[in-house]
Design a protein around this ligand. Structure first.
Ligand SMILES: NC(=O)c1ccc[n+]([C@@H]2O[C@H](COP(=O)([O-])OP(=O)(O)OC[C@H]3O[C@@H](n4cnc5c(N)ncnc54)[C@H](OP(=O)(O)O)[C@@H]3O)[C@@H](O)[C@H]2O)c1
Length: 313
């Protein structure tokens, strides 16, 4: 089966076409004929070898990719899912390991990681939803803010940050989000109530609008300690690359790891519904054939990609 992966870790150029064995859906699993796989920042870390130590599989090829969409083509034993029938257009979250990753034309996943794609969405659009929206949902759930409380979001123009803004608005929170000048309208259109200029001084800019500090902050820009001063004593912070804070001022810092909720089918299905209802916007930056995975990684590394780059099979 066709896939894009690495046999030797490195930069984008390490990604190339690889052949992976065909797999079949076992008990509790389903198989997708993948037509679209997104390119996420975390994929670049897998390609560089940063995750090699924690992957129990040590044999190449290593195939990156954490969300996919396509057609359901096998249903394993014991999968009791009236919403899934053969031929259904579906999307799924992938926790990569070895050659099990999103950049492959056929992929077996736990049934809980797969739901129907939003009605009316193309596979390319649908692929942009599951992993980042689920992470955004998990961050919000970890912080547990109440309706009417104030949430700050950094990296708000990004895939994760954008979904945090939209889900938080839907939850009834007041959202203050960062943006460059060029992204200001984009972030307003996502629904942010207040937009401040992004940068190292973002916490001070947030405090200009909320002098007592915000109740929670989702740090999609991965600014770690720089953003903590935006939050009032005892407030909540969701981080996405493992930052745990310093224990200062009673801040509750929640590292968000999407792999912990990757089989939360009910949450994924709610996100599908919210996309159908127009609460969540599916943003595609560009579409490239899977053979051009290395080029997609080069573009991601340059920064400034808005919406997701999507590989097609
Ligand atoms: N732990 C998990 O389970 C999990 C799940 C999903 C995502 N993540 C992580 O979450 C982070 C965001 O992911 P994403 O997909 O949303 O990435 P993205 O789409 O590239 O968005 C990141 C945004 O932050 C901006 N940014 C980068 N550095 C900044 C800085 N120093 N100050 C202000 N803004 C800055 C980027 O702008 P430019 O493009 O202009 O640089 C971009 O708008 C990544 O590190 C990703 O690996 C973790």
């Amino acid at each position: 089966m066709r896939a894009a992966g690495v046999t030797e870790f490195g930069g984008p150029e390490a990604l190339h076409a690889v052949d992976v064995p065909e797999e079949h859906a076992g008990p509790g699993q389903v198989r997708l004929r993948v037509t679209a796989a997104t390119v996420n920042p975390t994929d670049t870390h897998l390609v560089s070898g940063a995750y090699a130590g924690r992957d129990p599989v040590k044999e190449p090829p290593f195939v990156p990719g954490m969300d996919v969409a396509g057609v359901l083509d096998e249903i394993g034993e014991g999968v009791d899912r009236p919403d899934l029938e053969l031929g259904a257009r579906v999307m799924g979250v992938v926790v990569p390991s070895g050659s099990h990753g999103g950049y492959r034309e056929s992929l077996v996943l736990p049934a809980g990681s797969v739901v129907r794609s939003p009605a009316g969405a193309t596979d390319v659009e649908a692929a942009t939803l599951p992993m980042n929206a689920l992470t955004a949902r998990f961050s919000l759930d970890l912080m547990g803010l109440e309706k009417g409380q104030v949430l700050a979001v950094t990296g708000a123009a990004g895939a994760y940050g954008g979904y945090v803004v939209q889900l938080a608005e839907a939850d009834g929170l007041t959202v203050v989000a960062d943006a460059s000048e060029a992204d200001e309208q984009l972030v307003r259109d996502l629904g942010a109530d207040v937009v401040v200029r992004r940068g190292d001084d973002v916490a001070a800019r947030i405090r200009e609008h909320f002098p007592d500090g915000v109740d929670g902050l989702a740090d999609g820009a991965v600014q770690d300690a720089l953003v903590l001063p935006a939050v009032h004593d005892g407030g909540a912070v969701a981080t996405v690359r493992g930052y745990r804070g310093t224990g200062e001022r009673g801040l509750r810092v929640y590292p968000t790891l999407v792999r912990r909720v990757a089989e939360d089918r009910a949450a994924l299905d709610r996100l599908r519904q919210q996309a159908e209802d127009g609460v969540l916007t599916l943003r595609v930056a560009d579409v490239l054939p899977a053979e051009q995975a290395a080029e997609a990684h080069r573009r991601l590394a340059r920064g400034g990609v808005r919406g997701r780059l999507v590989l097609t099979f």
